[in-house]
Design a protein around this ligand. Structure first.
Ligand code: ATP
Ligand code: MG
Length: 464
């Protein structure tokens, strides 16, 4: 059974003092007693790494999201390890390891396709009096300091695999039990230090169905605008996680309530039903996983409201250009990779045609494009550009049409290269040269009776 020699039970809106002693979790507290870790859910390789570090005299625990998820009886996405060993000491113990990162050095230990992160305990770096924003995060520290530098109490728990106990310096068990998100330390200070925590608060609250403590909700609203200061790639990384997580719909509702959409993605405001439903349908597609292969789809969902606005008003013939003109600057601002923004743009632009029954050559051409299946999937997630009663019928017709047009894009018929006529040797007889220049269809390569239509040049300047 999991024991919880955890924290002093904190008062609702206080975080325990980092120097206070740990106390036994009262087993009589039913919500907390329910929080148990099933050791069978822990990745064997993570246990092996922790055991080896221990054998060599180092503290090592599971930490962060995996402990939270194990306690909530969910399957963790990854297993992060925190240790007292320095990166070089870890590196020496594992042949399959590599030190990564220049600013903050971390060890990656590889087991097949899987990589485990092993981080040395860190502490919050000293602050600049005039600037609450923390710009560096690379000072080693103690186990306790490492717990206190984390964002929310529910993310600040350690799990000691060897002794099968949760170590709680920050009051995380209490908050997990009552489903509450709370910063470790004063909310305003922690949010100002790193405004991206506003996005993380929305993500965990939406995904886990937790409420925000009053001070966290107030601080998030007060400093959400500071997200403008956040490094765009970090903000984008969080946006990808927000769109692909389970509970994405609720996450976005939290974001809007905090005023966090205005500084980073005002194009999706005000959140209306079609967008919230799209986010919900996306949840099935992503299955709670944020993966590089489906990142373009997450980008398309972020970009969809802006694209749909312009597509609903512009002329069909100007559509590709109008979508590109809208998506380009927006994708650039968000720092979306070109590979993803290109596929997102193509699939979004295709939505205008997918709103109507397939018909004629343009439809056939679309069905032969390599992004057609993706465009249909996006259509399923976003719903129709122009909602109509025939919506299901239109979608089914495209599915059917896509099957017929399958078999890959039609190839252009190979152009027969005309061979240049070799000047005839004055002595040569015409018969010796007949093979060089066929004179009739019967002597040339067979010409198909109905040559397949050549695929036209792309109007959409596809670079995918
Ligand atoms: P998920 O299951 O979505 O990966 P997670 O809690 O594991 O959630 P990560 O982004 O993987 O989130 O971060 C791992 C841990 O690192 C967190 O649990 C938290 O303890 C710490 N952490 C991450 N980002 C921050 C931050 N901005 N400020 C403080 N601590 C952070
Ligand atoms: Mg994680």
């Amino acid at each position: 059974m999991t024991s919880h020699p955890g924290p002093s039970a904190p008062t609702p809106d206080s975080t325990p003092d980092p120097d206070s002693a740990d106390q036994e979790t009262p087993e009589s507290d039913p919500p907390r007693a329910r929080l148990q870790i099933n050791p069978d859910r822990i990745l064997d390789d993570a246990v092996k790494v922790i055991r080896r570090l221990h054998r060599h005299g180092h503290k090592a625990y599971l930490v962060g999201g995996c402990v939270r998820d194990l306690l909530l009886n969910e399957i963790p996405k990854d297993f992060d390890i925190a240790t007292g060993a320095r990166p070089r000491q870890v590196r020496r113990l594992f042949r399959n390891s590599q030190i990564i990162g220049r600013r903050f050095r971390l060890v990656h230990i590889r087991f097949g396709d899987r990589v485990l992160d092993v981080a040395t305990f860190r502490r919050t770096p000293p602050k600049d009096e005039d600037d609450p924003y923390v710009r560096q995060d690379n000072a080693f520290g103690t186990e306790r300091e490492d717990a206190f530098r984390r964002d929310f109490t529910i993310n600040g728990l350690f799990y000691d695999v060897i002794n099968n106990r949760v170590i709680d310096h920050v009051g995380g068990l209490e908050d997990l039990a009552i489903k509450r998100m709370r910063t470790i330390g004063p909310a305003e200070e922690r949010i100002q230090e790193d405004p991206v925590r506003v996005l993380r608060a929305a993500r965990f609250a939406g995904r886990l169905g937790f409420t925000l403590s009053e001070d966290l909700a107030a601080a998030a609203r007060k400093f959400a605008d500071d997200l403008r200061k956040g490094a765009p790639p970090r903000v984008l990384e969080e946006l990808y996680r927000l769109v692909t997580t389970r509970g994405a719909r609720h996450c976005f509702v939290h974001l809007e309530g905090m005023g966090a959409l205005e500084p980073i993605l005002p194009e999706v405001r005000p959140l209306d039903d079609w967008y919230l439903e799209a986010l919900e349908r996306g949840e099935d597609f992503f299955g709670g996983r944020r993966e590089v292969e489906t990142q373009w789809m997450a980008a398309a969902i972020m970009l969809a409201p802006a694209a749909f606005d312009v597509m609903r008003t512009c002329d069909r013939k100007d559509l590709d250009l109008a979508v590109a003109d809208t998506i380009g600057p927006l994708a650039h601002r968000l720092t979306i990779a070109r590979r993803d923004s290109t596929r997102a743009r193509l699939c979004l632009a295709a939505q205008a045609r997918l709103a109507e029954l397939p018909d004629g050559r343009p439809a056939r051409r679309l069905a032969q494009r390599d992004f057609f299946r993706d465009a249909i999937t996006l259509r399923r997630i976003l719903g129709p550009l122009f909602p109509s009663e025939q919506d299901a019928e239109v979608l089914a017709a495209w599915e059917e049409f896509g099957k017929d047009a399958a078999g890959g894009p039609r190839k252009r018929p190979k152009k027969r290269r005309r061979r240049r006529k070799r000047p005839l040797h004055p002595d040569a007889t015409p018969s010796t040269n007949q093979e060089c220049e066929p004179t009739s269809p019967s002597s040339s390569a067979p010409v198909p009776k109905n040559p397949p239509a050549a695929s036209p040049p792309d109007s959409s300047n596809d670079d995918s």
